[in-house]
Design a protein around this ligand. Structure first.
Ligand code: FES
Length: 102
């Protein structure tokens, strides 16, 4: 496998010990993974990897995700429209300002 150009880490609220505990998982972040992967395929966007991760420690801004290597953090991701904006930003090499955690 080639290294991804962009790696999206979606907070799944996991804590030490593995149990999810936090706002992101409660607000449906687990469903974001499948949506993102399907949308990336539909758009033919290669080189973008999607993974779930433990708590990103920005719970008050969740649901949250971070994209590397850009180190772009997003929060308040409230559904598919938000995810579409974020994928648009990746596609256009920009930033989805509305969800940016600065
Ligand atoms: S649970 Fe997602 S940032 Fe903490």
């Amino acid at each position: 496998m080639e290294k991804p150009k962009h790696h999206i880490f979606v907070c799944a609220s996991f804590r030490v010990g593995g149990a999810p505990k936090g706002i992101c998982e409660k607000k449906g972040s687990a469903d974001f993974l499948g949506y993102l992967e399907n949308e990336l395929i539909d758009r033919g966007l290669d080189g973008v990897l999607v993974s779930s991760t433990g708590c990103l420690k920005v719970c008050d801004r969740g649901p949250a995700m971070v994209i590397y290597p850009e180190n772009i953090w997003y929060g308040g991701i409230d559904g598919e429209d938000a995810l579409d904006e974020i994928i648009d930003a990746i596609e256009n090499e920009g930033v989805a300002d509305k969800y940016l955690i600065s």
